[in-house]
Design a protein around this ligand. Structure first.
Ligand SMILES: [Zn+2]
Length: 336
């Protein structure tokens, strides 16, 4: 069978300046050795999309999409793989000829590809609970003002890091082991610092997301309710607790990892996905893990069709505008 050779692919990448090429479609600004711009794959205000010329690669820190000039043609310019190769050969002045590749070479290629795909989970470490003593117990008025009573924060061990002016809270795995401290800055102008300070930060490396934040407290409640509601952050979980609905957890991102999906399937209950309002129904539907969940259980999605949560770029959680709006969004959730 004839195919494009590995050498040709390398030649394409060597001959096309990825910054110039992507620069035709995305406005890029140089920062150090990399170039940054607004991601063409997701809606955003800040430029999370990076192009690294030394690696001939692009990567978005927001939606995690990444690749080379070929995948850019496929994803962004909607070309097939073959069309992308012929097109790029045209750009680079190379001839796009397929060559005969022996079945042995093909087999080896496939085998190495498979190996790369097999993902070995990076496990987190179990921490000594004494580390929590480094933080101060203090009323977090900022969050009380946002409608989270102090009793709810106490339940999750919310504390204060006076050295960094951060709200901090412990992160437990599904078995209740302490694995991380997560902190959110209390500086409103955190973006103006030089160097800028992150809004959220992990105090310890977390590895793969093989847990659901808050889950260790909620196992019994979820089985009573026969439903699990999933948010992007523990703060949303706390807000829903405050509204009197205790059966939620946080997946920590706007998607469900394979590890999390396995946990959810074993619960034998309905799933309600309640991600922030910048995540579209189409994006959710495309996810492999969502497809998997649908095969085992009823999956619902909370979607803000009427714009009750404000602009998408504000990335509001469905609980951010109070109980009434949450109730309305929850009542009109869509069954996948
Ligand atoms: Zn992106």
């Amino acid at each position: 069978m004839k195919e494009y050779s590995e050498e040709l692919i390398e030649e394409i990448k060597d001959n096309i300046d990825i910054v110039d090429f992507i620069g035709e479609y995305v406005e890029l600004t140089k920062k150090g050795k990399e170039y940054f711009g607004k991601c063409p794959y997701h809606d955003e205000r800040t430029g999370s999309f990076s192009v690294t010329p030394s690696k001939n690669m692009y990567y978005c820190f927001g939606c995690k999409k990444g690749g080379d000039v070929i995948s850019f043609c496929q994803d962004h310019l909607d070309m097939t793989y073959d069309r992308a190769i012929t097109y790029l050969c045209g750009v680079a002045g190379l001839s796009a000829e397929k060559t005969e590749i022996s079945s042995t070479v093909k087999y080896l290629k496939k085998a190495t590809k498979k190996k790369k795909k097999q993902h070995v989970p990076v496990t987190h470490q179990i921490l000594d609970k004494k580390i929590l003593d480094d933080f101060e117990y203090r009323r977090i008025t900022k969050w009380i003002d946002e409608g989270i009573p102090q009793e709810v924060m106490d339940k999750y061990g919310v504390c204060y890091d006076k050295n960094a002016n951060r709200i901090v809270y412990p992160v437990y795995d599904n078995n209740g082991n302490l694995i991380n401290i997560k902190g959110r800055t209390l500086f409103d102008n955190y973006k103006e610092f030089n160097p800028p300070i992150p809004k959220y930060m992990n105090y310890y490396p977390v590895g793969d997301l093989d847990y659901l934040q808050g889950f260790c407290f909620k196992k019994d409640i979820i089985s009573q309710y026969k439903e699990i509601i999933i948010f992007e952050s523990l703060k949303s979980v706390m807000k829903l607790d405050s509204f009197g609905q205790p059966n939620s957890v946080s997946s920590e991102t706007s998607e469900i990892t394979m590890f999390q999906a396995k946990t959810i399937i074993q619960l034998h209950c309905s799933v309600v996905l309640a991600f922030d309002n910048d995540v579209s129904l189409e994006t959710i539907l495309k996810k492999e893990t969502v497809q998997l969940l649908r095969r085992f259980t009823n999956v619902y999605v909370v979607i803000d069709k009427k714009g009750l949560l404000g602009k998408k770029r504000d990335k509001n959680s469905p609980v951010d505008k109070g109980k009434e709006i949450w109730d309305e969004l929850y009542r009109t959730k869509i069954k996948l």
